[in-house]
Write a protein that binds this ligand. Sequence first.
Ligand code: GTP
Ligand code: NA
Ligand code: MG
Length: 300
Amino acid sequence: NNQKDLKKRPPVVTIMGHVDHGKTTLLDRLRHTHVTEGEAGGITQHIGAYQVDIEGRLITFLDTPGHEAFTEMRARGADVTDIIILVVAADDGVMPQTIEAINHAKAANVPVIVAVNKIDKPGANPNHVMEQLSEYELIPEDWGGNTIFVNISAKTGQNIDEVLEMVNLQADILELKADPDRLAVGTVIEAKLDKGRGPVATLIVQEGTLHIGDPLVVGNTFGRVRSMTNDRGRRVKLATPSTPVEITGLNSVPDSADKFVVFEDEKTSRQVGEERAKRAELNDRQKAHRVTIDNLFDSM
Ligand code: GTP
Ligand code: NA
Ligand code: MG
């Protein structure tokens, strides 16, 4: 990449934390939406990808589930992100998935901003949260450390602006850049088979710009971008770096966390895609064969 081709890109910010500590409520507050109200049992069960424009500055947010069952999704969220907002409820304190999130952040080497939430509640004890997190090397600036802590209430909106300020500050420090003019590459956030539309994948573009009609290989499948919708369900024609989009037009459903690569022409992408699909199938067959042999030996 030529340095001069690089342009500033929005930060990708993943919101992590223990179940019900207020991650989705925080996002609802930022986006002026009501996602939490539509969730079954009030539990987030997938990764939501959203882009917010705050006074002309775009921020991409990934909302992860806090329920213990979704470790893999949290790891994935930590892997494609620039910054993590760790939400900790001030009345509940550090809990198992708080610690898990800290470990994902460390493994991915991503800076953490701590949002101590629910400070409107009578039982809130933000100081205790600071003490607890200090044991995990997240030491507040006030105490001589270098982790940013913000006390917030996602419910009342208290100090939400400060969280955004800190995100923007952190993003400036990281000097996030990408080349929007090259062929797009990025990562699958999630994918599914839709009855009417076929394979549908939520992608996050990391380099380049993705266009309608682009031939691409996604993990072990391939296709051509037939339609593209943004996080608000609106049809779009292109997606620039750090933008999440849902696309159709793939031959089969890719795996989450698969990488995607756009090719110059459809012929090459088809060749590469078919080869990868064949190799994956061979791998699967070999694995199945191995299992059969292992079972055979186990039973002897
Ligand atoms: P999972 O995605 O299931 O892990 O939960 P979550 O972290 O997204 O939490 P969610 O936003 O679903 O909020 C859980 C509950 O806490 C809801 O009833 C919210 O209304 C409530 N809540 C969230 N933020 C606050 C807050 O700042 N103050 C108070 N009092 N309640 C809050
Ligand atoms: Na919840
Ligand atoms: Mg949630």
